[in-house]
Ligand binder design. Structure first.
Ligand code: TRH
Length: 388
């Protein structure tokens, strides 16, 4: 009688440094490994409150719970001892988050030893190809950790993308009624639904007030949809007071509506429903690349302006021949040749607006190019299998 092969088991350790990207990426990867590859996944995460904002099913008080088929465990610190039996076939250390020493000891005692991967941040820089899959020996224990880099070429791990994403987005975008119903559900009025719609997700230092000034003077109505708490100062200045989810105000051509933070799948729908998306960090940036819509990226700040290098590396790949997108992106990230005034932003905005059809064309070509590299979950499992 033939026996079924044992199910692959995999653990992800996720430390929420700040914001939602760390848990956003880990949760997306965990779900996909579970649902598309049948892997038994355990996700250790140290901040259940942040997790709950992108996944309302999470119980913030539970030490252990099952969420959409994934075992979620609250990671309370570095102390504690673990047995080799608690260690899974594959262990993912997200962004070098430093596994509990007791867990690493248990990994060394397990037979066979687990595959240990350090999942790194996404960058378009060329050095990534040279570091993807590199081994690093433990200084004391018989353990080797390998680096896994997502990326934009076939010599990297590719990008996170669910198998059904293209079909789901296609169905949503080909039937305008679906986007309209979705936006109505978020509280938009018909006039906002009919306007040019922009979603706005950025860090607090983006020049939002100057952009709002340009949009107020736009020839046609613009509806800007901003999640609660994002660009709080510029939004408060626009409203004349602190604003919360459900608030909406109009000045000139611009209506700003504050949205509640939505669950991850609904954030995708928001990107699909808008005409232009401002995204940030890592996960929303990748989702915008899958939305088939123009987007502008606000990059996570790094010491010594390292992020400017990363931004340019991405623009060099993505924005070839799209001069306005490049200009706006650089200025949005504070690295264009000095400008802050509304008039300047008006000129930038008008140029970007004129370029939108070309940028939309690039979105489709880029997606096709990226699909050639496979997706992170499949590439990661393939790499792990090659190490076992
Ligand atoms: O929240 P972020 O700024 O996260 C950042 C980056 O990941 C950065 O690289 C990392 O080092 C830092 O955190 C610690 O942006 P990001 O990556 O786009 O993650 C946001 C997540 O929140 C993403 O999964 C989408 C999700 N989201 C929702 O689920 N609902 C929403 O309403 C919104 C606005 C976002």
């Amino acid at each position: 009688m033939s026996q079924n092969p044992p199910q692959t088991t995999l653990t992800i350790f996720c430390k929420v440094v700040d914001n939602y990207g760390d848990i956003g990426i880990c949760w997306r990867l965990a779900r996909q490994l579970r649902h598309e590859h049948g892997v038994a996944v355990t996700l250790w995460v140290d901040d259940l409150k942040s997790f709950r904002r992108i996944c309302p099913d999470v119980d913030v008080h539970a030490a252990q719970q099952e969420v959409q088929g994934v075992r979620v465990r609250h990671w309370l610190g570095q102390d504690g001892s673990y047995t080799p039996a608690e260690v899974d076939d594959i262990v993912i250390e997200f962004f070098g988050c430093d596994l509990p020493p007791g867990y690493v000891e248990a990994m060394a005692q397990r037979s066979p030893r687990p595959v240990w991967l350090n999942y790194e941040g996404l960058s378009a820089e060329e050095w990534v190809e040279g570091c993807h899959r590199l081994p690093s020996m433990h200084p004391r224990l018989k353990l080797t950790k390998h680096f896994f880099f997502p990326g934009f070429t076939n010599r990297t791990g590719g990008l996170l993308r669910e198998r059904a994403l293209g079909a789901e987005r296609g169905a949503f975008q080909s039937e305008p009624g679906r986007a309209q119903a979705f936006l109505r559900g978020l509280g938009l009025r018909e006039s906002e639904i009919a306007a040019f719609k922009v979603s706005l997700f950025c860090y607090p230092f983006a020049p939002v007030a100057a952009l709002f000034g340009a949009w107020e003077r736009n020839a046609a109505p613009i509806a800007c949809l901003v999640p609660e708490g994002v660009a709080a100062d510029a939004v408060a200045a626009f409203f004349g007071r602190a604003a919360q989810a459900g608030d909406c105000a109009t000045r000139g051509a611009l209506t700003v509506r504050v949205l509640p933070f939505v669950a991850q799948p609904d954030y995708d729908r928001l990107l699909w429903a808008c005409d232009l998306n401002f995204v940030r960090g890592e996960d929303s940036w990748v989702r915008a690349q899958w939305a088939n819509r123009p987007f502008v990226w606000h990059i996570y700040l790094q010491d010594e302006n390292l992020h400017h290098k990363k931004l340019r590396a991405f623009l060099d790949r993505y924005a070839q021949g799209l001069d306005s997108l490049r200009d706006v992106s650089l200025h949005w990230n504070g690295t264009g040749p000095g400008l802050a005034e509304e008039q300047d932003w008006q000129a930038l905005w008008l140029a970007l607006q004129a370029e939108l059809p070309a940028i939309a064309g690039r979105a489709g070509a880029w997606e096709a190019e990226m699909l050639e590299n496979g997706d992170v979950a499949s590439n990661l499992l393939g790499f792990a299998a090659s190490l076992r």
